[in-house]
Design a protein. Structure first.
Length: 134
C-alpha cells in the first residue's frame, strides 16, 4: 500500500470545515511548510479508506464521523504522496472524546471554507474546492 493518506473533509451544521494544526511542522519537497491540514493519516493494512478516515479523524480531533463519499484521489503536488479526500459528516456536533494523539495535533479549528487559504500553505485539491464551493 505504501504511502497512502486518507483525509477527512468534515463539515459541521454551520458549513464550517474542520482543520488541524500539526505540532511537528513538515517541510514538503517543494520547500513549502505544512502546518495546517485536513485531519487524516496513513491507511493501515486491512482497513478500507473509509475506515482509515474515521479512525484518523477520531484520533486527531475526537470527533466521530460518517464518510459520505470519496471526493477525489490525487498525488499531492508538494509531497508527491497519494491522497484520498473524503467528504464526512459529524456523528455528533459535540466533541465526544479527547483526541488520542495530542502529541501530533496542537490545535483543532472550525473555519469557513473561504478562510482555508489563510491557513493552508499548499494548494487545495480542485475537487475539494468544488465540494466546498470555493
Amino acid at each position: 500500500m505504501g504511502d497512502f493518506i486518507n483525509l477527512g473533509i468534515v463539515l459541521n451544521n454551520k458549513g464550517e470545515v474542520l482543520i488541524i494544526k500539526r505540532r511537528k511542522i513538515e517541510k514538503c519537497q517543494s520547500g513549502r511548510i505544512l502546518q495546517w491540514a485536513f485531519p487524516g493519516g496513513r491507511q493501515i493494512k486491512g482497513e478500507t479508506r473509509a475506515e482509515s478516515v474515521k479512525r484518523e479523524v477520531l484520533e486527531e480531533t475526537g470527533y466521530g464521523v460518517k464518510v459520505v463519499k470519496e471526493i477525489h484521489l490525487r498525488v499531492h503536488p508538494d509531497s508527491h504522496i497519494m491522497m484520498a479526500y473524503h467528504l464526512c459528516e459529524l456523528e455528533n456536533e459535540n466533541q465526544i472524546q479527547e483526541p488520542s494523539e495530542p502529541d501530533e495535533v496542537e490545535e483543532i479549528k472550525w473555519v469557513k471554507p473561504e478562510e482555508l487559504e489563510n491557513y493552508f500553505t499548499t494548494d487545495i485539491d480542485s475537487e475539494v474546492k468544488k465540494v466546498l464551493n470555493i
